[in-house]
Design a protein around this ligand. Structure first.
Ligand SMILES: Nc1ncnc2c1ncn2[C@@H]1O[C@H](COP(=O)(O)OP(=O)(O)O)[C@@H](O)[C@H]1O
Ligand SMILES: O=P(O)(O)OC[C@H]1O[C@](O)(COP(=O)(O)O)[C@@H](O)[C@@H]1O
Ligand SMILES: [Mg+2]
Length: 460
């Protein structure tokens, strides 16, 4: 999908008439390498060839509106009630974002009231809309020290009109939705329903997911903390495998459709021989298949360490009745339920090595929720705070149906609909996957004899 400048424009509720309480701080600022001035824009693409390909003057090249405070704002802060909700799976940094939003809204804009809706979008239904938490700086002072979300979260669908009713009944003027692809989709429908009713309510998304599968953001908050924790498990499994006869270490990590956690954690731990991700199918059998490669590594090195994203190799579980298929279907939010590729791999590797005369010592770890239920690390803490600041500035300036994101290291406004228009995935032709191949020395693909012709050999 080719994007044009107009696709990247975010909606404004109307003219900004009020002086911002931050106006004085902004009076002398101009665009510099470290600051995007109000009215300036951030390029979508950043290579000479991609820019040249547009054949457009700079002002027409696709670009995002820069985030940050405006001199004039849309809402009168003294009249504003803000709402906050966290939805979907947990992610390190949720509490940091809540804290950042509350502090900025209360301390700098001095808004009238801040309401936290409980347990995800369920909190915006008729049954739960009155069970809110009154959020103040004192209430959120220390919450960043803990993982999870003080507001609670949930999966499962809600009616957009019912949610709008809740905002109207609770007098919410600016609503912050902290969520992943599902949450951004729900926020899009929410802002559409608000617009259809001609209401003056801003909806700002703060993209969250440990999977890092949301587009138009360099990396989603919490991702760094999550893969850092995953690294510990890879190191443990590597030690175990290396200390055992024919040791096989397998770590299965979260990542439904995107293998970023597996790739980054494997690079950080630097002990993995094989990384398997959803983006790159693999064959088990055959001379170029995964099992043959594992056998070769065990023979050459004495042990092997495999890092596996949970969404990898799902096609291998597709046959009806296949072991570890786990029924499939979808969860309450419509997300695909995955089969257990880790268990399948464990069984198949054990059977293969045993038949090859290399009875393995199997060390299998599935850290599961342990990588996402932790508090944010210092890097993510700073990132969350800055995203929260950007979200508040966007809302107070009357931006709506927009997410705040960091793109090419600048904070920008992204139309909400774009956040769900595609999925961010590891590019098999990109330099991240190249680094994984360089580090693990695995071949670019684990193919079968039939496609051996097109399968490149490993690097070493
Ligand atoms: N297509 C959709 N339309 C409306 N609401 C949705 C849609 N997809 C997800 N949601 C809602 O958004 C919330 C979060 O979605 P979910 O997929 O669970 O997590 P995440 O936001 O982390 O991706 C859930 O309450 C879910 O019902
Ligand atoms: O929380 P659940 O429903 O068990 O789902 C687990 C899934 O949530 C994730 O952590 C991602 O969730 P989100 O899409 O909510 O960010 C996946 O990595 C994992 O597969
Ligand atoms: Mg999701």
């Amino acid at each position: 999908m080719t994007l044009h400048l107009d696709d990247l424009r975010v909606r404004h509720l109307g003219e900004c008439r009020y002086d911002s309480p931050l106006a004085e701080m902004l009076s002398t600022k101009q665009t510099s390498p470290h600051y995007v001035a109000e009215g300036d824009r951030v390029l979508l693409e950043d290579t000479v060839s991609m820019l040249a390909g547009h054949r457009l003057p700079p002002a027409r090249v696709p670009s995002f509106e820069g985030a940050g405070p405006r001199r004039k704002i849309y809402f009168d802060p003294a009249q504003v009630t803000a709402g906050i909700v966290t939805c979907g799976g947990l992610c390190p940094g949720l509490n940091n974002v809540i804290r950042g939003l509350v502090q900025e809204l209360a301390v700098h804009y001095q808004v009238k009231r801040i309401l936290g809706f409980r347990n995800g979008l369920q909190g915006l239904t008729a049954d739960h809309r009155h069970d809110t938490v009154e959020l103040t700086p004192a209430h959120v002072r220390d919450i960043h020290k803990d993982g999870g979300t003080i507001l609670g979260s949930s999966r499962g669908g809600q009616d957009a009109d019912e949610m709008v009713d809740s905002l109207v009944l609770r007098g919410v003027d600016v609503m912050f939705v902290i969520g992943g692809d599902g949450g951004m989709r729900a926020a899009t429908y929410l802002s559409d329903a608000i617009r259809a009713r001609g209401l003056d309510i801003a909806v700002i998304g703060v993209p969250k997911t440990i999977d890092n599968d949301l587009p138009f953001t360099d990396q989603s908050f919490g991702f760094q903390s999550a893969f850092a924790r995953a690294t510990d498990f890879i190191s443990s499994v590597s030690v175990e495998a290396a200390s055992s006869p024919n040791g096989v270490g397998i770590v299965k990590l979260m990542g439904r459709h995107s293998g970023f956690i597996a790739s980054y954690a494997a690079l950080a731990a630097n002990g993995a021989d094989i990384v398997l991700i959803p983006e790159i199918p693999f064959a088990l059998e055959g001379p170029d298949g995964l099992l043959a490669h594992i056998e070769q590594r065990v023979r050459a090195k004495g042990y092997v360490v495999i890092v596996l994203a949970e969404g990898a190799g799902q096609d291998l579980l597709d046959q009806p009745g296949a072991a570890h298929r786990n029924g499939r279907g979808t969860d309450a939010s419509g997300n695909l339920k995955l089969g257990n590729i880790g268990e399948l791999l464990k069984d198949r590797v054990a059977a293969h090595l045993t038949a090859a005369g290399l009875p393995p010592t199997m060390r299998y770890i599935d850290p599961s929720y342990a990588i996402r239920s932790i508090a944010a690390n210092p890097y993510d803490s700073v990132y969350c705070l800055r995203l929260a600041h950007a979200a508040v500035h966007a809302a107070m300036a009357g931006r709506t149906a927009a997410a705040v994101a960091r793109w090419r290291r600048r904070f920008v406004h992204v139309p909400l609909s774009l956040m769900t228009s595609r999925r961010n995935q590891v590019d098999p032709d990109g330099d991240l996957w190249m680094s994984v191949l360089e580090t693990t020395c695995q071949p670019a693909e684990f193919g079968t004899a039939a496609d051996r012709e097109k399968v490149p050999m490993g690097f070493c």
